[in-house]
Ligand binder design. Structure first.
Ligand code: FNR
Length: 180
């Protein structure tokens, strides 16, 4: 099984990217989790949205098409998702209602320094994915609070309970993807 992981943050030290790397360690050998970096995706522009799309957009669409499932981890920016992530979803959602996102089983996680772990952004993200006909894994949901204290220097989750819960989330999510 191939899972494509997308972080809503493109900065080097992103806690959401770290969360995806920790999630990748929770899957068994038959499953690969590959990160896709959104840094090269240009702003959506209808003039560029023809038969030939910008190379980074084509790469994103192909990566989604070739994956069995998507796993997104998003920060919260002003109670919603970062523009970088919304922009990538806008590109990936074309052509409308018949895009690579349609029917693609998707897990949604969030992390933030706040005590609610980006939960508001996560709710917005689920709403956005409704428009793209993307089925979202519903429960349990995973929001990493106080994310700036959650990882050690090796990128490992410090708290045993959090590690176990991420494992539970990933097991449920992978089984759900397999059922599609
Ligand atoms: C934030 N941050 C933030 N956090 C939060 O919990 N709620 C919020 O509404 C916001 N708003 C917000 C706006 C902007 C413009 C920035 C840059 C940041 C903090 C943010 O979630 C935090 O820095 C995360 O750690 C960013 O994720 P990465 O880059 O570590 O993955």
């Amino acid at each position: 099984m191939k899972i494509l992981a997308i972080s809503g943050s493109i900065r080097k030290g992103s806690l959401n990217t770290q969360l995806l790397k920790a999630a990748a360690e929770c899957v068994d050998q038959g499953t690969s989790v590959e990160l896709f970096d959104l840094a090269d995706i240009p702003f959506y522009n209808g003039d560029l949205d023809g038969d030939t799309k910008p190379a980074a957009v084509q790469a994103l669409q192909e990566a989604i098409a070739n994956a069995d499932g998507l796993l997104i981890a998003t920060p919260e920016y002003n109670y919603s998702v970062p523009g970088v992530l919304k922009n990538a979803i806008d590109w990936a959602s074309r052509p409308a209602f018949n895009s690579v996102l349609r029917g693609k089983p998707t897990g949604v996680m969030s992390s933030s320094m706040s005590t609610i772990g980006g939960a508001r952004a996560q709710v917005h993200l689920r709403d956005i994915l409704l428009a793209t006909l993307t089925p979202v894994y519903l429960a349990p949901d995973f929001a990493l609070a106080s994310a700036h204290t959650a990882f050690d220097d090796d990128g490992q989750l410090v708290d045993e309970g959090t590690r176990k819960f991420l494992q539970k989330y990933m097991t449920g999510y992978i089984n759900w993807v397999a059922s599609h």
